[in-house]
Ligand binder design. Structure first.
Ligand code: URA
Length: 438
């Protein structure tokens, strides 16, 4: 059947044959289908969705458009974690070495900052010398030696997604649950993993603002993972205020080291423990989530996680002394406080505004090709539920250049809502969707 007929089929709400999907994704990846036709297909999928068979065929075809890693020669389970993105979400950085310290390999492929949300690669690159652009052989060697390695997305992993994502970005077809699921899961399944923990963020700072929508995305991601033979669990977690207290690249490395030293904020430490416990369970080194929690807490208390962090940094060309001396990290030359506008309780901290304030002083990119300043960002002093008096500092901007400082200060100030009544924060983990139970 011609591709134009397939587009009409989907437009009219009919199911496509899995073989037809495999064939047109293959042709699109080889430039045999033009963007204008694929754009029409994407819009048809946006409105009519994909059934589970169509979705698996779509994801599997995307996955096969490039290299699929195979770490079967490295003993032990390989489990990764993926977050749908938030503000202050540095969890991957302490999590990966902690899980590796407990005996599960973590081959992690991460991304760069996108809009108001930060990226693990940018954060890691604030460690002097740390390389995230390493070849597959170096990645494999680091994984075999230490049980953990962190790499940037390469041109060869799911090239069809690179092209399709750019097309979705300019054709209003990003916000489609099946297309998001195929895009995320094709990249994760290409990592050669046996287990995957997903952290689906919900709230003002997240891609998914409402819990029902987030639950639908989580269920779809888990179903695709299970269809691909990867044990998958999704956590729905709160992103109604930034995670932890630090937002910015080197600043988030500081907080990551604090978590590994057992000196981190309660929420980032708790989430690291929860996600790590489930990675150990999916990796088969513990028999229950509770035992997983104890093992991760043990690796924090003994310093085994911090040791793995040092080893991972050294293997990727960075200075491992960062784990012991945070002054090695780039530090902004200047700081300015943002004041409370009235007495009362902090009732909300708008994630998007905090993320954009950090971006405005150079912590993120306005355009893809922008350089970021690793030293700058925002430290949050007053979190939800804190009582503040007028004139108290609620946050501090760490900056090097005055350009956009005024705009960043105003935006950050408006991120804090202050009221007379204390509004209790909801739970950090809202729900868990376990693939084994589907
Ligand atoms: N992240 C991805 O990798 N793909 C999407 O479609 C959305 C978020």
């Amino acid at each position: 059947m011609l591709f134009s007929q397939q587009i009409r089929f989907k437009r009219d709400g009919r199911a496509l044959q899995p073989e037809a999907i495999r064939s047109f994704i293959r042709e699109y990846a080889s430039d045999m289908i033009p963007d204008y036709q694929m754009a029409a297909m994407l819009m048809a999928v946006f409105f009519k969705g994909l059934n589970p068979d169509e979705l698996w065929a779509w994801t599997d075809a995307m996955l096969r458009s490039g290299d699929v890693m195979d770490f079967s020669d490295i003993p032990g389970a390989k489990v990764d974690k993926h977050s749908t993105g938030g503000v202050g979400d540095k969890i991957s950085i302490p999590l990966a070495p902690l899980v590796a310290a407990c005996g599960v390999n973590v081959p992690m492929i991460s991304g760069r900052g996108l809009g108001h949300t930060g990226g693990t690669l940018d954060k890691l690159e604030s460690i002097p010398g740390f390389k995230t652009r390493i070849g597959t052989n170096e990645f494999r060697a680091a994984l075999a030696a230490n049980g953990v390695a962190m790499l940037g997305q390469t041109e060869n992993i799911v090239p069809a997604d690179k092209r399709m994502y750019s097309l979705r970005d300019v054709t209003g077809t990003v916000e489609s649950i099946p297309l998001i699921a195929a895009s995320i899961m094709s990249k994760k399944l290409a990592e050669g993993i046996s287990g995957l923990v997903l952290d689906v963020k919900v709230g003002s700072g997240a891609f998914m603002k409402g819990v029902d929508q987030a639950r639908e995305l989580a269920g779809t991601l888990v179903a695709v993972g299970q269809a691909g033979g990867v044990r998958t669990t999704a956590f729905l977690t709160d992103m109604d205020e930034p995670l932890g207290t630090m937002v910015g690249n080197a600043l988030e490395i500081v907080e990551s080291v604090q978590i590994l030293r057992n000196e981190g904020p309660a929420d980032t430490t708790a989430l690291t423990v929860e996600l790590g416990a489930r990675m150990l369970l999916l990796g088969g080194v513990v028999v229950s989530h509770e035992e997983g929690r104890e093992r991760i807490l043990g690796a924090i208390a003994s310093g085994a996680g911090l040791d793995k962090f040092r080893a991972m940094i050294a293997a990727q060309g960075g200075n491992p002394a960062v784990a012991d001396d945070l002054s090695i990290l780039p530090r902004a030359a200047r700081q300015i406080g943002v004041k409370a506008s009235r007495n009362g309780y902090v009732t909300a901290v708008d994630c998007e505004k905090v993320g954009i304030a950090s971006l405005l002083v150079g912590g993120g990119r306005r355009r893809k090709e922008d350089e970021i300043d690793p030293a700058v960002g925002v430290r949050i002093l007053a979190r939800r539920g804190t009582f503040v008096s007028v004139g108290d500092d609620v946050a501090v901007i760490e900056y090097n250049s005055d350009a956009s400082l005024d705009a960043a200060s105003k935006l950050l100030s408006s991120a804090f809502s202050i009221g007379d009544e204390m509004v209790p924060a909801g739970p950090l983990v809202i729900d868990v969707i376990d693939g084994a139970a589907l």
